[in-house]
Design a protein around this ligand. Structure first.
Ligand SMILES: Cc1cc2nc3c(=O)[nH]c(=O)nc-3n(C[C@H](O)[C@H](O)[C@H](O)COP(=O)(O)O)c2cc1C
Length: 207
């Protein structure tokens, strides 16, 4: 199997979020798609380890924003490279709430949706949720961030929890948090990951 074929799939970059039992949370995903038009429904795929899945299933609803190409990488670091079990992500972002009471980031977004969860499919490591759209809005005329541009222009990486994650063939040192790879023979002691900001102790040698 040529696993590079998976790199030919196109996606956007999104943040899905919810509030459950007074806890706000959310995470970056690339696996959002429209599945029907009438009624309008979206699908999302979430890793079972993600706190966001617990919150969305508890709430029975979720908010989803489409990130714009001018999004601050800090927002992606906040929502894509740490768990809501360890951090209050929405304290680090400006946000509003939808009619279901779910928070959503308001900066660096090109569109937003609110959904009620209607269906669930267990796919081993992940759960696919179907959400019926109850609100949709275009808060700015920004261009959307594609998954390809996230990698090529913003130098972003994909952590292991994402369904599209692939092991790298490159030699060097890999950040155990975000997957960033430093191609070098030696890892400087004061090295800081340019993607997620972790120090050299989070890096592991790959060869
Ligand atoms: C570009 C990108 C795409 C991602 N796509 C997904 C995805 O589709 N599904 C998923 O479960 N996690 C995905 N992730 C990983 C989660 O955002 C990440 O594991 C997050 O820390 C989970 O936080 P939580 O535990 O608060 O839910 C992605 C991360 C990035 C940076």
């Amino acid at each position: 199997m040529n696993t590079k074929a998976f790199f030919k799939l196109s996606y956007g970059v999104y943040i899905v979020s919810a509030n459950y039992e007074n806890k706000d949370g959310g995470c970056v995903i690339n696996t959002l798609a429209q599945v029907t038009s009438s009624p309008a429904r979206l699908s999302i795929a979430l890793n079972k380890n993600n706190e966001t899945l617990r919150l969305i299933e508890g709430a029975g609803s979720f908010s989803a924003v489409v990130l714009s190409e001018d999004v601050d990488m800090e927002l992606i670091k906040t929502f894509g490279f740490q768990s809501g079990r360890d951090a209050e992500k929405f304290e680090q972002a400006s946000y509003e709430r939808d009619l279901n009471g779910n928070p959503y980031p308001t900066e660096g977004i090109a569109a937003r949706f609110s959904c009620k969860v209607t269906d669930r499919l267990d796919v081993d490591t992940h759960v696919i949720l179907i959400g019926e759209v109850t609100e949709a809005d275009i808060p700015s005329d920004s261009q959307v961030l594609t998954y390809a541009d996230y990698h090529s222009k913003k130098k972003g990486t994909t952590p292991k929890n994402a369904p599209s994650y692939q092991e790298s063939q490159t030699k060097g040192f890999r950040c155990s948090v975000c997957g960033y790879i430093l191609e070098a023979d030696e890892l400087p002691e004061d090295f800081i990951c340019p993607v997620c900001g972790k120090d050299a102790s989070y890096f592991e040698k790959i060869d």
